[in-house]
Design a binder for this molecule. Structure first.
Ligand code: AMP
Length: 280
């Protein structure tokens, strides 16, 4: 497995592969890899002949009061897991490789970030779209794989890819969960044993919302209350619960055709997010 730390070497490697007729599939991550990330690598292997996983904890997508400094890292463990999974190259740039002195160019979607996490984390999606653009230009992928776990991010990346004419096919992969339903996340490592148990209420809330809709509930206010109560009962602090249109992310009043639920909640200092299709 190639371990590549500079943009120039990454581009040279990818150009060689493309000349050989390989197809390159990129899996962007922030590392501390778990089975959810590795399932994206599996998906990438099915959709390309060379898989590049990037590991970069992107300072630009963290707010000033967020957990950049304590974000978990395990480079050696990540490399071992990727090698075992048949990944071909790891792109591991440092912060000054991606943002050298004088950096001042950004890629930003306008409307999609005005919802859900974008309202709570100002500048977050601008950081995401800027780094993913840079990763596309460094890795030159034919395909890139993103998790449905970060549903708003997936929509933002799809929009950006179309709008900026990146010649990259965006694929999504389903959320991998722990046995009690908690979505796998690098941040789960921060949870105390009590918070870890309470954290499973996020998925329970989403499931209850879907069941309510299946039984005919169509009032989005009542569905939001149901989700809120389910999480607060366990001691979780809700950041938002939302029932939205799956494409525009506009809040719904009535669930009639297509609808998606999204949740962010704090357990202690750890913010967990999850989402689920309710209808359509
Ligand atoms: P992150 O390292 O958190 O930035 O995530 C990197 C990629 O892995 C993103 O596309 C995420 O949506 C995806 N991902 C994170 N958690 C999961 C999960 N539990 N199941 C599937 N994909 C995930």
């Amino acid at each position: 497995m190639d371990i590549i730390r500079t943009i120039a070497e990454m581009q040279a490697t990818s150009r060689n592969w493309l000349r050989e007729g390989q197809t390159i599939a990129l899996v962007p991550t922030m590392g501390f890899l778990h089975e959810g990330h590795l399932s994206l690598v599996d998906h990438a292997r099915r959709n390309g002949t060379r898989v590049v996983t990037s590991i970069f904890v992107n300072p630009m997508q963290f707010g000033p009061t967020e957990d950049l400094e304590r974000y978990p890292r395990d480079e050696q463990g990540d490399l071992k897991r990727l090698e075992e999974r048949g990944n071909h190259a790891v792109f591991l740039p440092g912060p000054t490789e991606m943002y050298p002195n004088g950096f001042e160019t950004y890629v930003e979607t306008e409307h999609l970030p005005q919802h859900l996490c974008g309202l709570r984390r100002k500048g977050h999606f601008r950081g995401v779209t800027t780094i993913v653009s840079k990763l596309f230009n460094a890795v030159l992928p034919d395909v890139a794989v993103f998790g449905e776990k970060d549903y708003q991010q997936l929509l933002v990346i799809r929009r950006m890819t179309v709008d900026m004419n990146f010649p990259v096919r965006i694929l999504s992969a389903p959320t991998l969960r722990e046995p009690d339903g908690l979505a796998m996340s690098s941040r789960n490592t921060f949870l105390s044993p009590e918070e870890r148990i309470a954290g499973s209420s996020v998925y329970k809330a989403l499931q209850l919302a879907r069941e309510a809709v299946a039984k005919g509930e169509n009032d989005a206010i009542r569905i939001r209350e149901l989700m809120m109560q389910t999480i607060e009962q366990t001691g979780g602090r809700v950041d938002y619960v939302a029932v939205v249109h799956p494409d525009s992310l506009d809040e719904l009043e009535l669930v009639q055709n297509r609808a998606h639920a999204a949740v962010a909640a704090f357990f202690g200092n750890t913010r967990l997010i999850d989402n689920l299709r309710l209808l359509g």
